[in-house]
Design a protein around this ligand. Structure first.
Ligand SMILES: O=C(O)CCC(=O)C(=O)O
Length: 264
């Protein structure tokens, strides 16, 4: 693990204010703004791209979303992600939002490279992986400037207050091989784009409905996606088994989760 000095060189810590916490509870998201320093962004890009290029080839329209856009467990493959995920500013943010007991629930690269025009339909992250309690947060760190042209996220402010939604399973029009895509109905007029600068972070609740459009630009759109959950969170879709993930703060009632910490 990095020393505190090195963490400060790469990551910008800012606890959320009371007003920000209140706005998050109301709107279901928070634009944290810059979270990586210039050298943090450079190092993050360098390590993530090395991991990406070791496993992925260039964008291929005949491949699935999973093949083209996802690299899971990136914290096993890039030490800076591991430090950021386990000891960076987002752990404090997660603790402010979720409470004393926190685990890491997901780490992945979500790279919508130029040429990848596949939209990602409206959904809640708890649609794909329903966790209980319902306070998990998804944190997106931009490794490129992201905007409407290259497939930034869109979300529906306040949708976090409407609880767990029904999702329909769809076949994606641009990526027909991907049959598992979920979609929930929304009032599109309430949608707000979430452009980000490289090095910025946006996080939102497991109930916040969001989507992204295809990347129609000639620029890549690289995002690091991390999810944090209550240390006792269970997978509703999996017989309520505990979600495995490293315990980062506090304690857990699940021996598997305590044990999991030592496996990494
Ligand atoms: O990366 C994207 O464009 C959307 C991904 C997303 O919303 C998700 O993984 O939940």
């Amino acid at each position: 693990m990095m020393t505190n000095e090195r963490l400060k060189q790469f990551f910008q810590h800012r606890p959320l204010t009371e007003d920000q916490l209140q706005a998050y509870a109301e709107n279901g998201y928070h634009r944290y703004g810059p979270i990586l320093t210039i050298s943090g962004l450079e190092e993050m890009r360098r390590q993530c791209m090395a991991a990406w290029e070791a496993e992925k080839e260039g964008f291929d329209p005949n491949k699935t979303w999973l093949e083209n856009a996802l690299l899971v467990n990136i914290h096993h493959k890039a030490s800076i992600v591991r430090d950021y995920y386990f000891a960076g500013p987002l752990v404090d943010v997660a603790q402010q939002i979720i409470g004393a007991n926190i685990k890491g629930a997901t780490s992945q690269l979500t790279f919508k490279m130029k040429g990848n025009t596949r939209p990602f339909l409206w959904h809640q992250d708890n649609g794909y992986g329903e966790l209980d309690p319902y306070n998990a947060i998804s944190c997106l760190t931009a490794l490129d400037d992201t905007d409407e042209e290259n497939g930034c996220l869109w979300l529906i402010p306040g949708s976090n207050k409407e609880g767990q939604r029904k999702h329909e399973q769809r076949q994606n029009a641009v990526d027909p091989k991907y049959k598992m895509e979920l979609k929930t109905e929304v009032d599109e007029s309430k949608a707000v784009p979430m452009p980000m600068k490289a090095g910025d972070c946006l996080f939102f609740s497991c109930w916040t409905v969001h989507k992204s459009e295809g990347n129609l630009s000639n620029r890549d759109r690289r995002i690091l996606f991390l999810r944090y959950a209550d240390a006792d969170a269970v997978e509703v879709y999996n017989d309520r088994k505990p979600r495995l993930g490293r315990l980062l703060r506090g304690s857990t009632r699940f021996e598997e989760v305590r044990q999991f910490e030592h496996d990494l």
